[in-house]
Write a protein that binds this ligand. Structure first.
Ligand code: SER
Length: 312
């Protein structure tokens, strides 16, 4: 059967760029972009786009049958900071959308699923540095609990029903095309916008708060790699650790100052500090390296140049 792809959450930070990459790779008519809201003009005009609520099983099933979809990328989710404000809505969205897709695969209506997990699956009792693939996982946020539960269900559906679901624990993602929405790592995008616009930024995390991060191009490449890897290479059916960069607000500020010497940062930590403090600082991704040859490319200095050049 020929590959036909459905992206759920295509208007978001990851979806926008993943849709563009998949359209380029497989042809625009093979990739159906969907979201609950419209995205930017490049997304809407670059290929088929439909409005879809990921919680609406019937509508989802209809699109899958109508377009003869084989592979689904489920990117719709409520992120960490917003989920703390709307716990039940976050749980319902993050879990029901996943069950909808897993059950469609279980019923043989689709062949393959990509579902993102996050560094948020880790918690205050997890080793903070070089966090292993398998370790203590006691997430303390609504978002983290939903991703941790989701990982268990993915593995369960693989073991019990043979569902080919693949996943990555994304770190904080940095991009210039589409803004992230409601995460704890969003400061690392906002800081570039404010540096160019105002020459200053007030950060909601403290200066020493080191978190795992990654430039979007690396994250998209990782996503395509894990989905293309031969089935027998995928030894992790919960979700793969993925390491990219690790930096704190002070270090990203230093990298921006090399381009904008007068840039100034101030710190006013809010409720997101506690979320950040519960997460690891750096990730061990040896298993992803071994299973599908993962390696991060873009450094903090390179990322800063790319971000500032493109946002100018
Ligand atoms: N970037 C996400 C967040 O901050 C982490 O997965 O919520």
């Amino acid at each position: 059967m020929k590959k036909r792809i459905l992206i759920i959450g295509a208007s978001g930070q990851i979806g926008t760029e993943l849709t563009a990459s998949l359209r380029e790779q497989f042809g625009k008519h093979k990739v159906i972009a969907t979201d609950i809201r419209e995205g930017d003009s490049a997304l809407l005009e670059g290929g088929p786009f439909e409005i879809l609520d990921a919680m609406d099983y019937k509508a989802l099933e209809d699109i899958i049958i109508r377009h003869e979809i084989t592979d689904v990328y489920l990117l719709a989710a409520m992120l960490s900071a917003t989920a703390e404000k709307f716990p039940m809505r976050a749980w319902n969205l993050n879990m029901n959308s996943l069950f909808n897709v897993l059950n469609l695969a279980k019923d043989n209506k689709i062949k393959k699923i990509f579902w993102p997990s996050s560094i948020a699956v880790f918690g205050p009792t997890t080793p903070k540095t070089n966090t292993p693939q398998q370790t203590v996982m006691e997430p303390s946020t609504v978002y983290g609990i939903s991703k941790q539960a989701g990982e268990r269900w993915c593995e369960y559906y693989f073991n019990k029903y043979g569902v080919d679901v693949r996943s990555i624990r994304y770190p904080g993602l940095i991009s210039y095309k589409t803004l992230p929405g409601g995460g704890t790592t969003d400061y690392a995008v906002d800081i570039y916008h404010k540096a160019l616009k105002h020459g200053e930024y007030q950060c909601f995390l403290s200066e020493e708060t080191t978190l795992p991060m990654m430039f979007i191009d690396d994250a998209i490449r990782a996503t395509l790699s894990v989905m293309e890897a031969p089935k027998e290479n995928i030894n992790v059916r919960s979700s793969y650790n993925l390491a990219g960069l690790s930096f704190n607000p002070k270090e990203i500020t230093e990298s921006i100052k090399k381009h904008i010497p007068n840039f100034e940062i101030s710190y006013k930590p809010d409720f997101r500090q506690e979320i950040a403090d519960s997460w690891p600082q750096s990730i061990n991704d040896e298993v992803a390296q071994k299973d599908w040859n993962w390696k991060n490319n873009i450094s903090l200095e390179e990322m800063t140049s790319i971000m500032l050049d493109n946002l100018k």
